[in-house]
Unconditional design. Structure first.
Length: 492
């Protein structure tokens, strides 16, 4: 009774894993079985063709010999034909069309046959008795050749019952040997396949053990060396180590390690993104809450405090709206739910339009442009948004009176859209991170200019979504140049 209580049924996951494991073995074994079976069937068909060809040549030789005798001695009387019957040959005067399957020897092959029978019509006649065994049916087959000798057409009939019986016996022995080899190969193949798949089974078993969440003992760690080991959300940096003797698994392990690298990076990026988004939203909410408390305490009777609070709340609300819209844009981009409206347009015309709009709202900087006509196939709205982001960054980080240059050029099938400023520049150690979400090289200045730290991330996504990329060149106290490289459209 106690033994029954202590025994636990296998979990559904374990049963499913075992079923999957054995299904691989069965599938591979079935493929091996079918491959060997098809090989044996092909050999059997070739053997049958060779036997049929051999019987036909033997019959042709017998018919040719009989024709030679007929040409020399004529048709012997019925009483003197016993020697022909012993050789399986019967000769008669042809009195009509031969029965059975009729055919003739092609002209280019007739030189290989007896001159007396080469041009004659051949036929194969099988016994008409119904219900006889297949072996007897084959043994009763008659090969007939018509031959014209001395102005008379003879019908020479040849039977090879003895040769057919010998071939049947040899073929039966051959088939029995094939069956024995086939049945023996099934068990041997299953053992070889299981032995070959054992490292992969151990790898899969290790992966299943990770679901238990239990810590592995030193003995288990040693046993599972070269297999998956304790990988979870807290230890995504753990990787598979494949032993020296497991060469077949190195490609698999490398692929899984690469996948884990991407999962690890994605997981940490999501953690950073959620943390940064929470921090970014917490600040305006705190400001709004502070001004709401200020209104509750003094704003009811103080017009100046009331207006100050309203203006601050409106500004923070606008910042929150912009931040949420940018977050939604990136979320749609990450989920691949944003469809591009591809059209052909002149990138220089788009740059000129953005330049005019920028000059209308910003009179504190000097603007210059170098625009060459270059056509691209892209989403015009998204490219315009990316250009506005780059231009807005140049305005924010360039002192008043400095020059901002927008240029468009084409080179070797590519379009280059560049925004260059004479601003404060970016520290060299910060350049690799400027496209990270919520990253700001100068946090205090970003706050003062109202930046969210998402603009360049959006511009980078837009460029990559169109098959392009961004290039950055920056020097502190000299300026920054950011170029968007896209594929140029083919000329019409």
């Amino acid at each position: 009774m106690s033994s029954k209580m202590n025994s636990e049924p296998a979990s559904p996951a374990s049963r499913l894993g075992d079923k999957f494991k054995f299904s691989i073995v069965l599938k591979l074994n079935a493929r091996l079985f079918l491959r060997v079976l098809s090989l044996f069937l092909t050999l059997d068909i070739l053997l049958c063709i060779l036997c049929a060809t051999g019987l036909a040549m033997l019959s042709e030789q017998s018919a040719g010999n009989a024709a030679e005798i007929l040409s020399k001695n004529g048709l012997p009387p019925q009483s003197d034909r016993a020697w022909l019957a012993e050789a399986g040959i019967d000769v008669s005067v042809n009195q009509g069309k031969p029965e059975g399957i009729r055919f003739a020897i092609p002209g280019f092959l007739q030189s290989r046959f007896s001159k007396l029978t080469a041009k004659g019509v051949r036929s194969i006649v099988f016994p008409a008795a119904p219900g006889i065994p297949f072996g007897k049916y084959l043994e009763g087959a008659v090969y007939r050749v018509s031959a014209e000798i001395s102005g008379q057409t003879y019908l020479i009939s040849v039977t090879n019952a003895a040769a057919i019986r010998m071939m049947e016996s040899a073929f039966l022995i051959f088939v029995v040997l094939e069956l024995l080899l086939l049945l023996g190969g099934i068990s041997r193949g299953a053992r070889v396949i299981r032995r070959t798949l054992r490292p992969i089974e151990e790898l899969a078993e290790t992966a299943r053990n990770l679901n238990t969440g239990d810590a592995l003992t030193p003995e288990q760690l040693e046993t599972l060396a070269g297999k998956l080991d304790g990988i979870n959300a807290a230890r995504l940096d753990t990787r598979i180590a494949v032993g020296e003797t497991q060469n077949e698994l190195k490609t698999l392990a490398s692929a899984i390690n690469g996948m884990l690298d991407r999962i690890n990076e994605s997981y940490r990026s999501q953690v950073r993104f959620v943390s940064d988004a929470s921090h970014e939203l917490r600040t305006p909410i705190s400001v709004i809450q502070g001004y709401a408390n200020l209104l509750d305490r003094w704003g009811k009777n103080d017009a100046k405090t009331l207006q100050e609070s309203i203006d601050a709340i409106k500004d923070e609300t606008a910042n929150m709206k912009a931040l949420v819209e940018q977050l939604l844009f990136l979320a749609r981009g990450d989920n691949n739910t944003m469809a591009l409206q591809i059209e052909r347009f002149d990138l220089s015309a788009l740059a000129a339009e953005v330049l005019r709009e920028t000059q209308m709202i910003d009179s504190g900087h000097e603007y210059e442009s170098h625009l060459s006509p270059v056509f691209i196939n892209a989403d015009e709205g998204l490219i315009k948004q990316a250009l506005r982001i780059l231009t807005d960054n140049a305005i924010k980080y360039s002192p008043v009176g400095k020059k901002i240059t927008i240029s468009v050029s084409g080179e070797e099938g590519r379009a280059r859209l560049t925004v260059q400023d004479e601003g404060i520049g970016i520290p060299s150690e910060a350049v690799p991170r400027i496209f990270d979400r919520f990253y700001r090289a100068d946090e205090s200045r970003a706050r003062a200019t109202g930046g969210t730290g998402l603009g360049l991330s959006i511009a980078k996504w837009i460029a990559e979504r169109h098959g392009g990329h961004l290039e950055v060149l920056s020097r502190e106290d000299i300026g920054t140049r950011i170029s968007m490289i896209l594929h140029a459209a083919a000329e019409k």
